[in-house]
Write a protein that binds this ligand. Sequence first.
Ligand code: NDP
Length: 499
Amino acid sequence: MVTPHLQNYIDGRWTDSASGESFEDLDPATGQIVATATKSTKADVDRAVDAARRAFESWRLYPAPKRGEILYKAGELMLQRKDQLAREMTSEMGKVLAESRGDVQEGIDMTYYTAGEGRRQFGDVVPAELPNKWAMSMRAPLGVVAAITPWNFPFAIPTWKLMPALVLGNAVVFKPASYTPMLAVRLVELLEEAGLPKGVLNLVLGPGGALGDALVTHPGVDLVSFTGSSDVGAHISEIAGKQLKRVSAELGGKNAIVVMEDADLDLAIEGIVWSAFGTSGQRCTAASRVITNRAVANEVIDRLVSRANKLKMGHGLDASTDLGPVVSSEAQQKVHSYIPIAEKEGATVAAGGRIPTDGALGKGFFHEPTVLVDVKPNMRVAQEEIFGPVTAVIEVKDIDEAIRVVNSTKYGLSCSIFTKNVNNAFRFMRDAETGLVYVNAGTIGAEIQLPFGGTKSTGNGHREAGRAALDVYAEWKSIYVDFSGKLQRAQMDDQSAPG
Ligand code: NDP
């Protein structure tokens, strides 16, 4: 079989970078090449931004309901190709097929939801304080948006950015993660087929470091919408900040599940296993801490260890697989490096902890589902984002201590509590310092109609999805129309009725 080759999409044309170089897209379950992709340079970024700037001038004037119709059409195409998209996703980044289908479905949900904004984008019309004067607000597009995305949700996360940006009338330059160029190409193909005019959406494939800086600092880019690690997010914010450029940053997490003494333990264990080991722990909302009341700690640990030991690792396309690989050999080594770090600080490996080396698993980038116990809240494994199938169990005495420990990291994305006590549930909902809070559910499972994002070092105050996303990709413009025929001075002139 011929290995597919993936190209950039600039000004409505699929094209290779002038660099003539390419990079490999690997199946992390086998280490085999799935595709090659053109390796772009700053010159490609310049061309993409120029094309986007030109296209913006007509796209911003394209009626918003018609922009929405293109999104609807794209959503329909996604639905038709859901299974194929999911299979390609599993092959290029490893998560099990059911999760890849969920990723595509989230993209479909986001696309349909945002398409509706073509006919909404509400502003306010408010009374003016002076007679014969009209006061209203409307949203206006920003210009060119640079969308930089991670590999763990290679379809859904780009839709969180592209769809609101496009429906509001912005043009986009999209730089996906180098581990997942194929799904990025598929998304752009769908939007092209749905009728997006040339230049409105441009795709550049290639390494974040070199390309990313060129894109972020390009004077033709008005907003950088970034999802990824906190380190890269801080770097982007710094270089963009020097140009007073807008940055929307969605970054890392260190999410916790609290299990109270009155919890339904069957349900809690289901929630922990799904949240800690789903997508091999590579979700920004993954539960990498389990904070359990001491009264039930032994039972929680025993049941969690038993479940972790039974999870079957394998290729994500195999229906019997529970846990796919992590995304790369580097990720595998990084995840594994936390085992000696944990042990040195006094934690104990209660389940997993190893890299499988035999047979088919030895060829891919697998890591055993791992449960760490004897963990204290200030240990590195309880503070740092590991981004793999590793969860750390911390014991606490009551709800006060549980909330303190939940809030004791620099991150603030997601958390959850399992309890039947309504008072504790409401205290937790109020006092957890995170952007997402779940009660009697795991830390994952956000729906696109509510805002998504985190507090503290998880971001810089913006939210994706829901109505909140519109605020990221548009300016507010306030408009006053005076039809009195005379100069009226707000806050100063007599506000009597029209005479
Ligand atoms: P990275 O930060 O490594 O990469 C994210 C994107 O940034 C990639 O496209 C990458 O390109 C690019 N990039 C890398 N360096 C630069 C640079 N100097 N300038 C501009 N762009 C750059 O994150 P991962 O892809 O590894 O994703 C995992 C992280 O994402 C985790 O920390 C996770 O928590 C976070 N995340 C957060 C979410 C949220 O909503 N809060 C949701 C999902 C993930 P390349 O791939 O070529 O290196």
